[in-house]
Design a protein. Structure first.
Length: 203
Protein backbone atom coordinates (compact mmCIF):
# COMPACT_ATOMS: atom_id res chain seq x y z
CA UNK A 1 0.00 0.00 0.00
CA UNK A 2 1.31 3.42 -0.96
CA UNK A 3 2.28 5.56 2.01
CA UNK A 4 0.68 8.99 1.99
CA UNK A 5 3.01 11.96 2.41
CA UNK A 6 0.71 14.86 1.51
CA UNK A 7 -2.94 15.52 2.29
CA UNK A 8 -4.94 18.53 1.18
CA UNK A 9 -7.13 20.14 3.82
CA UNK A 10 -10.47 21.28 2.43
CA UNK A 11 -10.12 24.63 4.18
CA UNK A 12 -8.08 27.77 3.86
CA UNK A 13 -8.31 28.44 7.60
CA UNK A 14 -4.68 28.89 8.75
CA UNK A 15 -5.58 27.96 12.32
CA UNK A 16 -6.94 24.60 11.22
CA UNK A 17 -3.89 23.97 9.04
CA UNK A 18 -1.50 24.67 11.93
CA UNK A 19 -3.52 22.55 14.34
CA UNK A 20 -3.61 19.52 12.03
CA UNK A 21 0.03 19.88 10.97
CA UNK A 22 1.13 19.80 14.62
CA UNK A 23 -0.77 16.59 15.16
CA UNK A 24 0.47 14.90 11.99
CA UNK A 25 4.08 16.16 12.13
CA UNK A 26 5.51 13.00 13.70
CA UNK A 27 3.97 10.85 10.96
CA UNK A 28 5.80 12.50 8.08
CA UNK A 29 2.54 13.86 6.67
CA UNK A 30 2.33 17.38 5.27
CA UNK A 31 -1.07 19.04 5.44
CA UNK A 32 -1.60 21.58 2.66
CA UNK A 33 -4.50 24.06 2.61
CA UNK A 34 -6.64 23.92 -0.49
CA UNK A 35 -5.91 27.61 -1.02
CA UNK A 36 -2.41 26.63 -2.17
CA UNK A 37 -4.07 24.97 -5.16
CA UNK A 38 -6.60 27.74 -5.79
CA UNK A 39 -9.42 25.33 -5.01
CA UNK A 40 -12.68 27.30 -5.03
CA UNK A 41 -15.14 26.94 -2.19
CA UNK A 42 -17.92 24.43 -2.78
CA UNK A 43 -21.55 24.87 -1.75
CA UNK A 44 -22.25 23.06 1.53
CA UNK A 45 -25.65 21.71 0.60
CA UNK A 46 -25.77 18.85 3.12
CA UNK A 47 -28.21 18.77 6.00
CA UNK A 48 -25.76 17.01 8.34
CA UNK A 49 -22.16 17.61 9.40
CA UNK A 50 -20.99 14.40 7.73
CA UNK A 51 -22.68 15.23 4.40
CA UNK A 52 -20.99 18.62 4.27
CA UNK A 53 -17.58 17.17 5.22
CA UNK A 54 -17.85 14.58 2.43
CA UNK A 55 -18.83 17.26 -0.09
CA UNK A 56 -15.77 19.35 0.85
CA UNK A 57 -13.32 16.43 0.93
CA UNK A 58 -14.47 15.07 -2.45
CA UNK A 59 -14.24 18.51 -4.03
CA UNK A 60 -10.70 19.11 -2.71
CA UNK A 61 -9.53 15.67 -3.85
CA UNK A 62 -11.05 16.19 -7.30
CA UNK A 63 -9.40 19.58 -7.76
CA UNK A 64 -5.93 18.60 -6.50
CA UNK A 65 -5.54 14.88 -7.19
CA UNK A 66 -4.40 14.43 -3.59
CA UNK A 67 -5.99 12.60 -0.66
CA UNK A 68 -8.16 15.05 1.25
CA UNK A 69 -9.36 15.76 4.76
CA UNK A 70 -12.37 17.93 5.53
CA UNK A 71 -14.18 18.79 8.70
CA UNK A 72 -17.59 20.19 9.34
CA UNK A 73 -18.39 21.43 12.78
CA UNK A 74 -20.85 23.53 14.70
CA UNK A 75 -22.69 23.94 17.95
CA UNK A 76 -25.95 22.39 19.14
CA UNK A 77 -27.98 24.07 21.88
CA UNK A 78 -30.57 21.90 23.60
CA UNK A 79 -32.92 24.80 24.41
CA UNK A 80 -32.89 25.69 20.70
CA UNK A 81 -33.73 22.11 19.66
CA UNK A 82 -30.13 21.41 18.56
CA UNK A 83 -29.88 24.57 16.49
CA UNK A 84 -27.86 26.11 14.91
CA UNK A 85 -26.07 22.83 14.03
CA UNK A 86 -24.82 22.76 10.44
CA UNK A 87 -25.87 26.40 10.08
CA UNK A 88 -23.63 27.57 12.94
CA UNK A 89 -21.35 29.72 10.76
CA UNK A 90 -24.29 31.50 9.13
CA UNK A 91 -26.74 31.48 12.03
CA UNK A 92 -27.33 35.23 11.85
CA UNK A 93 -27.17 35.35 8.04
CA UNK A 94 -24.93 34.39 5.11
CA UNK A 95 -22.26 37.01 5.87
CA UNK A 96 -22.62 36.96 9.64
CA UNK A 97 -19.59 37.58 11.84
CA UNK A 98 -18.84 35.55 14.96
CA UNK A 99 -20.10 38.49 17.00
CA UNK A 100 -23.37 38.54 15.02
CA UNK A 101 -23.91 34.82 15.62
CA UNK A 102 -23.11 35.09 19.32
CA UNK A 103 -25.45 38.04 19.73
CA UNK A 104 -28.30 36.19 18.03
CA UNK A 105 -27.81 33.13 20.22
CA UNK A 106 -27.71 35.18 23.43
CA UNK A 107 -30.86 37.00 22.34
CA UNK A 108 -32.70 33.72 21.65
CA UNK A 109 -31.63 32.33 25.03
CA UNK A 110 -32.56 35.44 27.00
CA UNK A 111 -34.37 34.39 30.18
CA UNK A 112 -33.42 30.72 29.83
CA UNK A 113 -31.99 29.54 33.18
CA UNK A 114 -28.45 28.19 33.49
CA UNK A 115 -29.70 24.65 34.05
CA UNK A 116 -31.34 24.66 30.61
CA UNK A 117 -28.47 26.19 28.61
CA UNK A 118 -26.64 22.93 27.88
CA UNK A 119 -24.85 22.76 24.55
CA UNK A 120 -22.12 20.90 22.71
CA UNK A 121 -19.71 21.49 19.90
CA UNK A 122 -19.70 18.76 17.24
CA UNK A 123 -16.97 17.98 14.72
CA UNK A 124 -17.08 15.43 11.91
CA UNK A 125 -13.88 14.74 9.97
CA UNK A 126 -13.74 12.86 6.67
CA UNK A 127 -10.69 11.42 4.89
CA UNK A 128 -10.91 10.42 1.23
CA UNK A 129 -8.06 8.74 -0.68
CA UNK A 130 -9.42 10.25 -3.89
CA UNK A 131 -12.61 11.81 -5.21
CA UNK A 132 -14.15 8.39 -5.90
CA UNK A 133 -13.23 6.77 -2.58
CA UNK A 134 -16.21 4.48 -1.84
CA UNK A 135 -15.31 4.06 1.84
CA UNK A 136 -14.21 7.39 3.31
CA UNK A 137 -12.94 7.30 6.87
CA UNK A 138 -15.18 9.28 9.21
CA UNK A 139 -14.45 10.29 12.80
CA UNK A 140 -16.41 12.40 15.24
CA UNK A 141 -15.73 14.44 18.36
CA UNK A 142 -18.01 16.36 20.71
CA UNK A 143 -17.38 18.83 23.52
CA UNK A 144 -20.01 19.32 26.21
CA UNK A 145 -20.67 22.67 27.90
CA UNK A 146 -23.29 25.35 28.25
CA UNK A 147 -24.05 28.79 26.89
CA UNK A 148 -23.10 31.74 29.08
CA UNK A 149 -25.24 34.85 29.45
CA UNK A 150 -22.48 37.14 28.15
CA UNK A 151 -19.18 36.70 26.25
CA UNK A 152 -15.98 36.02 28.20
CA UNK A 153 -12.40 35.91 26.96
CA UNK A 154 -10.50 37.09 23.90
CA UNK A 155 -9.21 33.83 22.44
CA UNK A 156 -10.66 31.22 20.13
CA UNK A 157 -13.25 31.89 17.48
CA UNK A 158 -16.87 31.12 16.66
CA UNK A 159 -18.97 30.61 19.77
CA UNK A 160 -15.96 30.18 22.10
CA UNK A 161 -16.62 33.40 24.11
CA UNK A 162 -20.09 32.19 25.13
CA UNK A 163 -19.31 28.45 25.45
CA UNK A 164 -18.63 27.55 29.07
CA UNK A 165 -16.35 24.56 29.73
CA UNK A 166 -17.35 23.06 33.11
CA UNK A 167 -14.20 20.94 33.44
CA UNK A 168 -12.03 24.07 33.36
CA UNK A 169 -14.54 26.57 34.82
CA UNK A 170 -14.06 29.12 32.06
CA UNK A 171 -15.21 29.91 28.56
CA UNK A 172 -13.54 28.24 25.59
CA UNK A 173 -12.20 31.70 24.68
CA UNK A 174 -10.40 31.86 28.05
CA UNK A 175 -8.60 28.54 27.60
CA UNK A 176 -4.91 28.58 26.62
CA UNK A 177 -4.65 27.37 23.02
CA UNK A 178 -2.48 24.40 23.98
CA UNK A 179 -5.21 23.25 26.39
CA UNK A 180 -8.05 23.81 23.93
CA UNK A 181 -6.17 21.83 21.28
CA UNK A 182 -6.16 18.75 23.50
CA UNK A 183 -9.79 18.72 24.70
CA UNK A 184 -11.88 20.34 21.96
CA UNK A 185 -14.31 18.54 19.67
CA UNK A 186 -11.87 18.97 16.78
CA UNK A 187 -8.95 17.61 18.80
CA UNK A 188 -10.95 14.50 19.71
CA UNK A 189 -12.02 13.93 16.10
CA UNK A 190 -8.50 14.56 14.75
CA UNK A 191 -6.86 12.16 17.18
CA UNK A 192 -9.41 9.52 16.23
CA UNK A 193 -8.67 10.16 12.55
CA UNK A 194 -4.94 9.80 13.14
CA UNK A 195 -5.51 6.42 14.77
CA UNK A 196 -7.73 5.29 11.90
CA UNK A 197 -5.14 6.28 9.29
CA UNK A 198 -2.51 4.32 11.19
CA UNK A 199 -4.82 1.32 11.47
CA UNK A 200 -5.40 1.34 7.72
CA UNK A 201 -1.64 1.74 7.19
CA UNK A 202 -2.05 4.91 5.18
CA UNK A 203 0.61 6.49 7.38
Amino acid sequence: MTTITKIVLASGNPGKVREINRLFADCGIEILPQSEFDVPDVAETGTTFVENAIIKARHAAECTGLPAIADDSGIEVDALHARPGVWSARYAGENATDQDNNAKMLSELEGVPESERSARYQCLIVFMRDQNDPVPIITQGSWEGRILEAPRGQGGFGYDPIFYVPTHECSAAELPLEVKNTISHRAVALNAMLEELKKHRYI
